[in-house]
Design a protein around this ligand. Structure first.
Ligand SMILES: C[S@@+](CC[C@H](N)C(=O)[O-])C[C@H]1O[C@@H](n2cnc3c(N)ncnc32)[C@H](O)[C@@H]1O
Length: 265
């Protein structure tokens, strides 16, 4: 097929950022991505619902942070910066996106071409020491380190050690008053179903293991960041959705729950 941006890069393998775009209802994806996404949805049918809430939370959190005066955003594991990402919600803010995936980075630079307020870095978000001093950050943020950080829909990519490391490094780098919006995809400790096990095995096979934590583990892993006055809340609450929006079936037999939080230094 022809790609809306005309760049048939890496179309023989599914790509995480494009799979995510497809699940969000976007058009920046190929047949191979759609097949992978549909397979994931066949294993965990509630995927689409959760993923849409994740993106909606990103928008809500960015709006709240703009209202609080934040105009610099550093976003980890950004995926494709399509029209509902940070720079679209906060058009006057300076935004640095980061992703490890070269395909996502190449597409993103095309999508963002000509936008002077936005940079897209290729880096490993698990190794903040490799990008926190990047010239692009200084160029866009100057010396200002009171910033808003995005950690949205990325927590399952981290082992506990990696999560502690990234939280501490970001905390040390950011100025007091900085905030971080984050989501956490949780399940009950010890609960598993055959379909969920297959879902997790699929990520493992792609070389990108996926971890679900409990809420208590997440609360511990974000330290030394502290939740602001709103605390850890299920995404349905953040988004003002009816409490029965997520059904028992959507919890997939493992008590799936996705939380959002705005952390502060
Ligand atoms: C589920 S998407 C989240 C996209 C976006 N943050 C959002 O909320 O819509 C996860 C993204 O993290 C990226 N990713 C995974 N591991 C990464 C790593 N070690 N460093 C940087 N990006 C990574 C993937 O390539 C993918 O684009």
């Amino acid at each position: 097929m022809s790609h809306p941006m005309g760049s048939p890069v890496g179309t023989d393998q599914p790509n995480a950022a494009r799979v995510y775009d497809y699940v969000l209802g976007g058009t920046h994806n190929f047949e191979v991505d759609r097949q992978a996404a549909e397979f994931m949805i066949s294993l965990v049918p509630s995927t689409r619902k959760w993923v849409r809430m994740l993106r909606a939370f990103l928008q809500e959190a960015v709006r709240l942070l703009v209202e609080e005066g934040f105009d610099r955003f550093l976003d980890l594991g950004s995926g494709l910066p399509t029209q509902d990402h940070i720079h679209a919600v906060a058009p006057h803010a300076r935004v640095i996106y980061i992703d490890i995936d070269p395909v996502a980075v190449a597409y993103s630079r095309e999508l963002l071409a000509g936008n002077p307020n936005v940079r897209y870095l290729q880096a490993d978000m698990k190794r903040p020491e490799t990008f926190l001093n990047a010239p692009e950050i200084r160029e866009l943020f100057g010396d200002e380190r009171r910033v808003a950080i995005g950690f949205n829909a990325v927590s399952p990519f981290f082992t506990p050690e990696e999560m502690r490391h990234v939280m501490q490094a970001l905390y040390d780098w950011a100025a007091p008053g900085s905030k971080m919006f984050a989501t956490f995809e949780t399940k009950a400790a010890g609960k598993m179903t055959p379909r969920m096990a297959q879902f997790l095995a699929m990520f493992e096979q792609m070389g990108q293991p996926f971890y679900f934590y409990t809420l208590e583990e997440c609360q511990e892993l974000v330290r030394p960041w502290r939740p602001d006055h709103r605390g850890f809340r299920p995404l349905v609450e953040w988004l003002g959705l009816p409490p029965d929006y997520i059904t028992e079936e959507d919890r997939e037999g493992v008590d799936l729950e996705f939380y959002g939080v705005i952390l502060e230094k």
